[in-house]
Design a protein around this ligand. Structure first.
Ligand SMILES: NC(=O)c1ccc[n+]([C@@H]2O[C@H](COP(=O)([O-])OP(=O)(O)OC[C@H]3O[C@@H](n4cnc5c(N)ncnc54)[C@H](O)[C@@H]3O)[C@@H](O)[C@H]2O)c1
Length: 267
């Protein structure tokens, strides 16, 4: 039997990149999917966000796998749209078994040049966003006395990064939330883990490339720092890890950090 038969996964930032790969991968293993995404360009940063067209094509791909899908357009910063999406998911599927807190942004600025707006957007989306979503999903997991929450942090949630202080702060914050929620939610049989990928080949890399006047691949080749000879990993690599952590095979994993870094953090 597939790992996720009769399971429901709520995925933020599902339109493209890692969220999309995880949605498809969980659906392939039997899960029904709630695909949540802002699906429009927001004020910061400058690279492409997900789109309605991408959400629509994701829906078609998941349905072609024989699974059900609910598309929910909203912003993880906006409690109203998050609450509406969670309520719709419960009305459609009756439960949420897996939450992948994945939506996030990345941008670069030196600390003395960073504006309040840049700081606030980063923290609001990458740190407060997962709080807002988790706050609305957890009551349903508590009722079910079961659930898995997977937070997409980064290697930057375990180390520092140049011109990335706001991003690094948000990702270390998410690592901390993972530990705090794991303690609170273990009595309800809800597991909480974080993942820490090295650079992943997604549209998120376009921002720095644009700033530096190079292609994303050139930037990654120049600065990746992975031990294995790869500039970056693929979203599907992340999806394999998420599938494992979301499954009962990882039934005793909670509060922990799962690194997928091609060796980066060993240096
Ligand atoms: N790409 C990398 O190198 C990398 C490495 C490690 C960790 N991460 C983290 O992985 C996660 C996914 O990143 P990705 O590489 O797939 O990025 P991406 O930019 O390719 O995709 C992010 C998705 O999130 C959506 N999104 C952004 N802000 C949102 C908001 N406020 N509300 C709802 N949806 C929103 C976007 O529309 C997009 O579809 C992020 O949290 C990121 O910080 C990325």
């Amino acid at each position: 039997m597939p790992d996720f038969e009769n399971k429901v996964a709520f995925i933020t930032g599902a339109a493209h990149g890692q969220g999309r790969a995880v949605a498809l991968s969980l659906a392939r293993e039997g899960a029904d999917i709630v695909a949540f995404d802002v699906a429009k360009k927001i004020e910061y940063p400058s690279y492409a966000f997900g789109s309605n067209e991408e959400l629509q094509s994701l829906k078609e791909e998941i349905e072609a796998l024989g699974r059900k899908v609910l598309i929910a357009v909203g912003d993880v910063r906006d409690d109203e749209s998050v609450t509406a999406a969670v309520n719709e998911a419960i009305a459609a599927f009756g439960k949420i078994d897996i939450l992948f807190n994945n939506a996030g942004i990345c941008a670069y600025a030196e600390v003395d040049k960073m504006t309040d707006e840049e700081w606030d957007a980063m923290i609001d989306i990458n740190l407060k966003g997962p709080f807002i979503v988790t706050r609305r999903v957890v009551p349903h997991m508590k009722d079910a006395k079961s659930g898995v929450i997977i937070n997409n942090s980064s290697v930057m949630g375990m180390r520092g990064g140049r011109r990335l202080s706001h991003y690094v702060a948000s990702k270390w914050g998410l690592t901390g939330l993972t530990k705090a929620w794991a303690i609170e939610l273990a009595p309800y049989n809800i597991r909480v883990v974080s993942i820490h990928p090295t650079g992943v080949n997604t549209p998120m890399n376009d921002g720095l490339a644009e700033m530096e006047g190079a292609t994303p691949l050139e930037i990654a080749e120049r600065s990746a720092g992975n031990l294995l000879p790869v500039p970056w990993i693929e979203s599907e690599d992340v999806a394999h890890l998420v599938n494992y952590l979301a499954s009962d095979k990882a039934r005793y994993a909670t509060g922990s950090q799962f690194v997928l870094d091609a060796g980066l953090l060993s240096v």
